[in-house]
Design a protein around this ligand. Structure first.
Ligand SMILES: Cc1cc2nc3c(=O)[nH]c(=O)nc-3n(C[C@H](O)[C@H](O)[C@H](O)COP(=O)(O)O)c2cc1C
Length: 191
């Protein structure tokens, strides 16, 4: 069921580095993104696959992971992602960012179906990546998505007292509070 897949497609930030994601799998995730809607059907997004271990580890170090987990610096080599997809567009606009959101969630859903997990990342080292992949004058980086086989448990829970902060419990399970349906779903006579 779609809702099961949506629930499974969480943000995973700790992975099993012994289980690589192949370029073929990354191409399959991109195939799903390729078919999503885009404004004016312009299809301006491009998808740069990164699987080289040293490049993956360098990017992993440059990302700012999980801002609310103040006592965790992000995955080290033993729990690092094994691949990244970098979403590019010739020019970043409000409209291109809507396209990016649609594509990115589609990638995470397609990944979840294959037992792969990921995390959308806006807090990435833009200059470093732009230089490394010689993107200047060609593409802007819209979003980075880390990918790998998850090595952490993530659970959704109903939000209490408006507290949006995700946290890890004593068993190292990552909990993500979500606002109750009644808080986000309106009808015209109940706004
Ligand atoms: C546009 C966007 C940017 C994000 N950037 C980061 C980021 O830089 N670092 C990070 O660790 N998580 C990032 N996240 C993941 C969010 O923290 C995550 O979606 C949120 O905590 C809810 O968890 P969930 O995805 O499991 O529902 C980002 C998510 C989105 C949608």
């Amino acid at each position: 069921m779609l809702l099961d897949l949506v629930k499974k497609a969480r943000s995973y930030r700790r992975y099993d580095p012994t289980k690589p994601i192949s370029p073929e799998t990354l191409a399959e995730l991109t195939e799903a993104a390729r078919l999503t809607p885009s404004a004016g059907n312009l299809q301006r997004l491009r998808y740069l696959a990164v699987t080289d271990k040293s490049e993956v580890l360098a990017l992993t170090e440059g990302v700012k992971w999980a801002g609310y987990l103040t006592d965790w610096d992000g995955p080290g080599e033993s729990e690092a992602p094994t691949a990244y997809l970098i979403l590019l567009s010739p020019e970043s606009t409000g409209v291109s960012q809507i396209d990016v959101g649609i594509a990115a969630e589609t990638i995470l859903l397609a990944a979840a179906e294959k037992g792969v997990g990921g995390c959308m990342i806006l807090n990435f080292p833009r200059e470093e990546l732009t230089e490394r992949y010689k993107l200047t004058g060609k593409y802007k980086i819209e979003l980075v998505i880390s990918l790998g086989v998850p090595a952490e448990k993530v659970e959704l829970e109903e939000m209490k007292d408006g507290n949006v902060r995700y946290y890890r419990d004593e068993k190292d399970v990552h909990h993500v509070p979500k606002r109750p349906l009644a808080e986000v779903f309106f009808t015209p006579n109940r706004l």
